[in-house]
Design a protein around this ligand. Structure first.
Ligand code: 13P
Length: 258
């Protein structure tokens, strides 16, 4: 099955209106392959600003949202609020939310279920720390994080998984294409065994962690890597090159990924 290549930028807590104008400028100037999907993960205070200015072929994603409709939850935003602005995507379970803000697998699963119920599309982030990798627990962690969500949702069609090994985030240490492929492949097999073969075949799994224009092409060749979630480099013009990382040379264009 052909899975649509999807590249996201995660701006994290960066940018101001002036900087955003610059980013919009290079996004408008760059070409985006017609078959690729692209989103940018924007700080909540700028969601509306970006939504008003973004190119049509790029969607806006929130970086977080809460698990209920409304109420006394100071500082939080709800899926309904995101929809009110026309935002279609939300990034949930990022390792920074997990590690710095103490979000549990359970909370992330509840947020995912609520966001999906409300009609948002979710980028669900999973990934192991260096310590977990070195003690051979990579699969265990990634499966556990995915299972927490699988216990709460039935329909995966609006979910994209982003595999982001924590040791590769913001460190300049990218997982090698083989390391990333190995985890993507194991996760897809786990999904086939524990959710369904159909979901395993159709779900997109992005790789994230120090993706740059220099390493994106090699990563994109791996059969189970269906796109990227890009942090630092999504603030720079090289993001456009990363969006194009799967573009095939004319002579290769007949070979399609599984
Ligand atoms: P970097 O690309 O800066 O390593 O960040 C990756 C990330 O956390 C994207 O969500």
């Amino acid at each position: 099955m052909e899975r649509t290549f999807i590249v996201g930028g995660n701006w994290k807590m960066n940018g101001d209106r002036k900087g955003i104008d610059e980013i919009i400028k290079f996004l408008r100037a760059g070409s985006i392959p017609a078959n690729n999907e692209v989103y940018i993960g924007v700080p909540s205070i700028y969601l509306d600003y970006v939504q008003q200015r973004k190119p049509k072929n790029i969607e806006v994603a929130a970086q977080n949202c809460y698990k209920v409709e409304k109420g006394a939850f100071t500082g939080e935003i709800s899926p309904d609020m995101l929809k009110d602005l026309g935002v279609k995507w939300v990034i949930l379970g990022h390792s920074e939310r997990r590690a710095i803000f103490g979000e549990s697998d359970e909370l992330i699963a509840e947020k995912t279920a609520h966001a999906l119920e409300k009609g948002l599309k979710v980028i669900l982030c999973v990934g192991e720390t260096l310590n977990e990798r070195e003690s051979g627990k990579t699969n265990e962690v990634v499966f556990r994080q995915t299972k927490a969500v699988a216990d709460k949702i039935k329909d995966w069609k609006n979910v994209v998984i982003a595999y982001e090994p924590v040791w590769a985030i913001g460190t300049g240490k990218t997982a090698t294409p083989e390391q990333a492929q190995e985890v993507h492949d194991s996760l897809r097999k786990w999904i086939a065994d524990n959710i369904s073969k159909e979901v395993a075949e159709s779900i997109r799994i992005q790789y994230g962690g120090s993706v740059t224009a220099a390493n994106a092409k090699e990563l994109a060749k791996q059969k189970d890597i269906d796109g990227f979630l890009v942090g630092g480099a999504s603030l720079k013009p090289e993001f456009v090159d990363i969006i194009n990382a799967n573009a095939k040379k004319p002579e290769e264009s007949k070979e399609s990924k599984k």
